[in-house]
Ligand binder design. Sequence first.
Ligand SMILES: CC(=O)SCCNC(=O)CCNC(=O)[C@H](O)C(C)(C)COP(=O)(O)OP(=O)(O)OC[C@H]1O[C@@H](n2cnc3c(N)ncnc32)[C@H](O)[C@@H]1OP(=O)(O)O
Length: 527
Amino acid sequence: MKLQRSALTGLRQIPATIASPAPKSRTSSRLILSSPPPTPQRQQRHFHALSPLRSGASNPALAFPCLDALETRSAKLEATTRTRSDASGPEPSYTVGATQKYHCADPLLLDWGGVLRSFDIAYETWGSLNADKSNVILLHTGLSASSHAHSTEANPAPGWWEKFIGPGKSLDTDKYFIICTNVIGGCYGSTGPSSVDPADGQIYATRFPILTMEDMVRAQFRLLDGLGIEKLYASVGSSMGGMLSLASGTLFPDRVGRIVSISGCARSHPYSIAMRHTQRQVLMMDPNWNRGFYYGRVPPHAGMKLAREIATVTYRSGPEWEQRFARRRADPTKPPALCPDFLIETYLDHAGEKFCLTYDPNSLLYVSKAMDLFDLGVEARRAAAGRRAEREERLAAGGEGQQSSSLADSSCSLTLPETPYEEQPGSVAEEAEAGSALGAAPQGARPPEDLIRGLAPLRDHPALVMGVASDILFPAWQQREVAEALKASGNRNVAYHELSEEQSMFGHDTFLLDLKNIGGNLKNFLG
Ligand SMILES: CC(=O)SCCNC(=O)CCNC(=O)[C@H](O)C(C)(C)COP(=O)(O)OP(=O)(O)OC[C@H]1O[C@@H](n2cnc3c(N)ncnc32)[C@H](O)[C@@H]1OP(=O)(O)O
């Protein structure tokens, strides 16, 4: 094998076969041009340093297997588009496994002005409904989960809460009839951006309206209406499901018996919004996203992969990764690489790989935005009610014609203001005094008045709130805030459990993994 001498050190020998010439970059020429004027000695050194450039680059170009893999996937997906005659495109159907489906033919008016003229809800059930239909538990999912919380006869694959559901389990199917739905906005059978708009027979894509948690809950209660279920024994959820659970109780206090919120919150805080923002941005910057109109074409799988990697950083914890991966590299015998190299990097890469073609990218955008918009404070709830009332009035007055103009009004036209934003020192503290600010209240402090009043509809509902100290996405202070706000609103039946770092290092994902504490407390609470 022919060997070349390393240009700068002269120490390393590089096989010529892998020493492909690096592309001439503007950066490197700029660097050379901006060097200080050469002295005779420096000139001599420069000659030695630069001479290998005459016969090629100083160093071989690095290899990028992570980018090769993305390109290969794009090419495969592209080829699928070309070879498929039905023009349905290369993206997966997303819906996995058999579910039951409820079709609601009545329009659903949404909080931010959009409307679904009709919609489907995919759902699955476990256990038996009792004669007076009083044993129903509505189980809410996290952001990207389907209704498949547990295996069923129709779909025997394990569900996302397989170990928590069953006879004698945390959600005891000997006692309760458990219903889990895919949320609207999702892609596992419920109406979402990848569904067809009944108005024109085309896929919604980003013509799908902005959603809220409350919209998702209203759709779920339409399903309950359809099943003839007047009141839930309990509303149970973790993560986004915890938000949905609280939203169910505040929207329909007479139709919910008990509330369980695990690693959820009563309103999204700026850090969680920031983390979801970055995920949406990397996804939307993937050229294949095409402003949401990628159906029938190569989907934005690279953006999805990166979004999932960022999400995974928020789902687990540093202490867990310290124990699990420490600073180990995947292959310490190889030189470092810019592609995944450390075990934590290959882990994130794997998490992104697993997810990038299993969930509809537009669903990720809409559902994660709905999480950002979540706020059960009384001011936000009043404002939403006001908007709805106004919209309903306009629709009633104008009928179908008004409906389309209401949709046009609801389309987002926000642009960044030309005047630079200026921080308002003191305003947050003042708002906190007035009881309406977001923020981590010191332990034992009274929660914001706005939230106490917003959660007041739940004052008579036995409630279980659980949090995890190692969770950075829905931090434990938010769980304490929910529990304290419920108590401050007059609720005397609030159970609060916080798992210490010793009990769980799994961060936000603890709700999926900790059968003993999460599952145990849930079982005790439900009775
Ligand atoms: C915000 C909301 O509303 S909800 C958010 C909820 N969270 C999520 O959606 C994330 C979901 N989490 C998962 O899917 C997890 O896999 C869980 C919770 C189901 C299981 O977690 P764990 O059992 O701890 O496994 P984890 O996924 O961390 O690691 C195992 C996987 O990583 C792979 N892996 C582990 N270490 C490495 C590594 N260093 N390099 C590459 N791959 C690795 C394993 O091979 C395994 O792969 P597989 O899943 O394809 O079999």
